[in-house]
Write a protein that binds this ligand. Structure first.
Ligand SMILES: *[C@@H]1O[C@H](CO)[C@@H](O)[C@H](O)[C@H]1NC(C)=O
Ligand SMILES: *[C@@H]1O[C@H](CO)[C@@H](O)[C@H](O)[C@H]1NC(C)=O
Ligand SMILES: *[C@@H]1O[C@H](CO)[C@@H](O)[C@H](O)[C@H]1NC(C)=O
Ligand SMILES: *[C@@H]1O[C@H](CO)[C@@H](O)[C@H](O)[C@H]1NC(C)=O
Ligand SMILES: *[C@@H]1O[C@H](CO)[C@@H](O)[C@H](O)[C@H]1NC(C)=O
Ligand SMILES: *[C@@H]1O[C@H](CO)[C@@H](O)[C@H](O)[C@H]1NC(C)=O
Length: 566
């Protein structure tokens, strides 16, 4: 045990110093078995360490909130398979809607060492936060998530009917303290702001101000009037509001009656990937041959359907929008020392995907129920998925009309090439598509046409050499969404969202002696987004560019991988 502790200690230091890989092999025989992760012997015991998500520095109003509601204080000890925890609440009477800003504050502390765990928060069954915990390697790890949830205002307002109709906030955090002792203590607080918002200037002389993570900000400033969950309502009281997706062919669906006066709609999707798809981006493509053995750090799934996935929304079984998911790397993945104390991009605040379905609104206004489905192309067990239908309603009309005019959805063409011999070989996938929808909706706002052009490009390369001991992965993923809004043949608004998410990874495994394995791990990944919204005389531009470059060594990762399921 002692020798192992030293290794981890050294590895941690190597990482902190950002040195290149150096293998330090001790002559002492390694421990036979490792029932528990060895704790780093650096003097951090009981010291508090703050872990953080680097995606964006939290941009918070500088004034005090008008009011705050501390809604949830809960210890998550042995909660795998347990129903969601929930609280009922009403917005405070002294700060009624509308709010100029609502901020969700999520604070957590881990009592001890534990695995990373997946968690989510829902309001009346609609997801508002998907998050992972850190993977604490010592007691006292704590972290905070601040998220702008103004876009969910419709779920926070007192529902009509006065007292007795309350809002419900539910949360799941799938922890188990049977193998590792860590218990997560979580607080959830909502802060409501009214009036002008004062924000810190992030960068001096910066012409454009960041206001939130662009992907989760939504395409429109004005929050939706109604939000309908596309989630597993039957999982309330049991498995939670997310759907557990194991295959692409039988997508879960929710039947929705869209109000007759809807004039704009966006489907927002939250996903996280687990189990055999935890490393979907590193999945080789193989049609036959022997089942790959485990190599690297659990980087080979039993099925081999390649490193491409697409999150898809369906309306009445028909494609209504899709997105290539950003590969959020969970804090126990690849090399857990990479993510202590700075997590991978988005790990504590997963991006959600906004799909503007306004061109389809006309087909939804027929007073009939419609089936909204969610799926992930080529997925393997399992993905946790849930969505929200954001609807904007015309308060001046009881009925609006509309029509889907153009629907061009070519099948996403992917070229697939694979060349494998036993544990060696490579596979490539490459493809793209241009999807176009347009439709008009005539309401008291006028006859407004929305045209959407969505272009995606994707490339995946997975290669293994040295009998599987060397693994290289590279993905390129680019998307561009153009939205044009016209009224009376005049362009009144334009939205452009450009997204790029490259990832490169290399893992070289070698024998560490005495049954242990060394893994040299190298990872570069990034998220770049540019969003511009023009409407009338106003224009906003926001951009984000995150990149992480990491390299380090980890000794046989068995101890953190095989303990319980996430
Ligand atoms: C760390 O905390 C635990 C319980 O919280 C306590 O039993 C232990 O004595 C503490 N250790 C140190 C070195 O302070
Ligand atoms: C949660 O809130 C309580 C009461 O304000 C506080 O004592 C506790 O330290 C908080 N825990 C976390 C994890 O923030
Ligand atoms: C979930 O279940 C609780 C307890 O039965 C109930 O009060 C609540 O209304 C349900 N929430 C939703 C969104 O169905
Ligand atoms: C898990 O945590 C709970 C709450 O702190 C505690 O009562 C229980 O004994 C723990 N279980 C184990 C196996 O340590
Ligand atoms: C596909 O997933 C559905 C649930 O979404 C499940 O009922 C079904 O058994 C799965 N089919 C296969 C072949 O795994
Ligand atoms: C709305 O405009 C489209 C063309 O832009 C037209 O085809 C349609 O008839 C108009 N609808 C109404 C109700 O005027």
């Amino acid at each position: 045990m002692h020798c192992f502790t030293n290794h981890l200690h050294l590895l941690l230091l190597l990482l902190l110093l950002q040195l290149k890989n150096t293998c330090v092999i001790s002559d002492e025989p390694p421990a036979e078995s490792l029932p528990l992760p060895p704790q780093p012997s650096i003097p951090v015991q009981n010291a508090s360490i703050e872990y953080m998500d680097p995606t964006l520095p939290p941009l918070l109003p500088t004034q005090n909130p008008k009011c705050s509601l501390h809604l949830l204080q809960e210890d998550f000890a042995d909660t795998i398979g347990a129903p969601p925890t929930y609280v009922t609440f009403s917005p405070p009477p002294d700060c009624p809607a509308p709010w100029s800003r609502v901020i969700l504050e999520f604070s957590g502390v881990a009592s001890d060492i534990q695995q990373d765990r997946i968690a989510a928060i829902w309001l009346d069954g609609s997801e508002i936060l998907r998050t992972s915990t850190p993977m604490p390697m010592s007691p006292g790890v704590f972290w905070h998530v601040h998220k702008d949830i103004t876009r969910y205002s419709a779920l926070l307002r007192q529902p009509p009917g006065g007292t007795g109709t309350e809002n419900i906030l539910s949360m799941m955090l799938e922890n188990s303290n049977t193998t590792l002792p860590g218990v997560y203590s979580i607080n959830v607080t909502l802060h409501f702001y009214r009036g002008v918002i004062h924000e810190e200037e992030l960068v001096e002389n910066e012409p454009f101000k960041l206001s939130a993570h662009p992907t989760s900000k939504g395409l429109y400033k004005k929050p939706a009037d109604k939000i309908i969950p596309i989630s597993n309502i039957a999982g309330n009281g049991s498995t939670g509001f997310w759907f557990q997706l194991t295959n692409e062919t039988e997508p879960p669906t929710v039947t929705v009656m869209v109000p007759n006066n809807a004039y704009r709609a966006v489907i927002e999707i939250y996903v996280s990937h687990h189990g055999n798809d935890e490393y979907w981006y590193a999945n080789p493509l193989r049609s036959n041959g022997p089942e790959l053995q485990e190599v690297g750090i659990g980087l080979v799934a039993p099925q081999a359907n390649g490193g491409f996935r697409q999150v898809v929304a369906l309306i009445d079984g028909r494609y209504a929008g899709g997105a290539i998911p950003f590969p959020v790397i969970q804090p126990g993945s690849v090399n857990p020392f990479f993510w202590a104390p700075v997590s991978a991009i988005g790990a504590y605040d997963y991006p959600s995907y906004d799909l503007d379905i306004t061109p389809f609104v006309g087909t939804l206004l027929d007073g009939q129920p419609h089936e909204f489905g969610l799926t992930v192309k080529d997925c393997q067990p399992y993905w946790l998925i849930s969505g929200n239908l954001h609807l904007w309603l015309d308060a001046w009309s009881d009925e609006v009309e509309g029509k889907l005019v153009r629907y061009k959805v070519p099948t996403l063409r992917l070229s697939r090439q694979a060349d494998w011999k036993e544990m060696e070989g490579k596979s490539e996938m490459e493809g793209g598509a241009i999807i176009r929808f347009s439709g008009w909706v005539s309401s008291s706002l006028g006859n407004v046409s929305t045209s959407i052009r969505h272009k995606v490009k994707f490339k995946s390369h997975v290669e293994m050499q040295d009998k599987g001991a060397t693994k290289q992965v590279e993905i390129e993923s680019k998307a561009r969404i153009n939205i044009r809004i016209e009224r009376d043949d005049m362009v009144v608004g334009r939205v452009l969202v450009d997204t790029e998410a490259p990832l490169q990874m290399e893992i070289i495994s070698s024998n560490g002696g005495g049954g242990t394995r060394f893994h040299k791990t190298k990872l570069t990944h990034g998220l770049a987004e540019l969003m511009s919204v023009t409407g009338g005389k106003t224009a906003t531009l926001s951009s984000i560019s995150d990149r992480q470059d990491l390299r380090g060594v980890v000794v046989d990762a068995r101890w953190y991988r095989c303990l319980g399921q996430r």
